[in-house]
Design a protein around this ligand. Structure first.
Ligand code: SAM
Length: 274
C-alpha cells in the first residue's frame, strides 16, 4: 500500500438525521468528534433555526480542541431563474456557485492533513446537493481531497417510524417524488408514493383526479419530525387535507420554516395483509 498523500484534505459528508440529535448514528458521532473544521452552508441573512441546530450538534459531539466552524453564506438563488422550464439549469448554476465557495474554503481554511465536515440534514443520498458538490470538487481537482459519506436517518424513515408503517405492500415498489412533480402529474402513478419538498399541500390535486383511486387516497403526513414541533396526521386524504393545511400553517408560524413529508397510498390505507 502506498503512504497517504500528506497534502490531501479529508471531507466528510455526515448525515445527521432529520431533526432529533438522538438520531445520529455512532459513525456520525465519531465523525463529528474527529473534525478540525465544520463547514456550514448558511442561508443569507444570518443563522437560521436549522443552522443553530447544527451548531448545537457540534457543541454536543465535537472533540477537544473544538473544530473551527466556518459559516459559508449560501449564494442567493435567483427565483426568476428558477422558474420553469430552465429549472434544472438554474439549479446547476447555483450548485456551481456553491462549489466555488466550498473550493475556496477548503483551499484557504483547511490545512493539508486536516478533516472538514458538512453536516447534511437527514441522509445525503436524495434531495440534497452535497454529494454533487463533492463530486464537482473532485472533478475540478484543485484541492487534493479524500471525501466520504456517512449515512443518516432520513425523513422517510422517520415518517414511517412515527406512523408505524411499512411504506408498501409486500413486494411492491415505493416511488419517491417532489410536491412539484405530483402537482404536475395530477395523479398517483404508483401504488405507494412519498412526497418531499412540497411548497404547499400538493396532494390536493388528487381530489380533482378522474381516477377513483386518487380521490380515495390515504395519507400519512408529518411535519418538523424529530423536533419539539413535530406533528403527525393520517387518514383518508379527503377527510384530513384541511387539517394538514391548518397544521402546516401553524408549524410555519411557530418555527419560521416548514419541512413536511407525505406517504400516499392509492385507494386506501395499507392493509395488514399487504
Ligand atoms: C432538502 S430535503 C432533505 C431530505 C433529506 N436528504 C432526508 O434524508 O430526509 C428536505 C425535505 O426533506 C423532508 N424533511 C426533511 N426533514 C424533515 C423533517 N424533520 N420533518 C418532515 N420532513 C422533513 C421534507 O420533505 C423537506 O422538504
Amino acid at each position: 500500500m502506498s503512504a497517504p498523500d500528506p497534502a490531501v484534505r479529508t471531507l466528510l459528508l455526515v448525515g445527521i438525521g432529520a431533526g432529533d440529535p438522538e438520531l445520529l448514528t455512532l459513525q456520525a458521532v465519531s465523525a463529528i468528534a474527529a473534525l478540525d473544521v465544520v463547514l456550514v452552508l448558511d442561508k443569507p441573512g444570518g443563522a437560521t433555526d436549522l443552522t443553530r441546530m447544527r451548531e448545537a450538534l457540534v457543541r454536543r459531539f465535537a472533540g477537544d480542541p473544538a473544530p473551527r466552524v466556518l459559516l459559508l453564506p449560501d449564494p442567493p438563488r435567483d427565483r426568476g431563474e428558477l422558474d420553469r422550464p430552465g429549472y434544472s439549469g438554474a439549479v446547476r448554476s447555483w450548485h456551481h456557485r456553491r462549489a466555488d465557495l466550498l473550493e475556496a474554503a477548503l483551499a484557504e481554511q483547511l490545512l493539508p492533513g486536516e478533516t472538514a465536515g458538512i453536516l447534511v440534514w437527514g441522509d445525503p443520498a436524495f434531495y440534497d446537493s452535497t454529494v454533487r458538490l463533492a463530486q464537482e470538487l473532485e472533478r475540478r481537482g484543485t484541492v487534493p481531497l479524500d471525501w466520504r459519506v456517512i449515512p443518516g436517518i432520513s425523513s422517510i424513515q422517520l415518517l414511517a417510524a412515527r406512523h408505524r408503517l411499512v411504506l408498501h405492500g409486500i413486494g411492491e415498489p415505493l416511488h419517491i417524488t417532489t410536491g412539484r412533480r405530483l402537482a404536475d402529474a395530477g395523479t398517483l402513478q404508483h401504488e405507494n408514493t412519498v412526497v418531499m419538498l412540497d411548497a404547499g399541500v400538493s396532494a390536493a390535486v388528487l381530489l380533482q383526479s378522474p381516477e377513483a383511486a386518487d380521490r380515495d387516497a390515504w395519507i400519512a403526513w408529518g411535519a418538523a419530525l424529530g423536533t419539539p414541533s413535530e406533528v403527525l396526521v393520517a387518514g383518508r386524504l379527503a377527510e384530513v387535507i384541511d387539517e394538514i393545511g391548518r397544521t402546516r400553517d401553524a408549524v410555519r408560524a411557530e418555527r419560521g420554516w416548514m419541512m413536511d413529508i407525505s406517504y400516499l397510498r392509492r385507494g386506501g390505507p395499507p392493509g395488514v395483509a399487504d
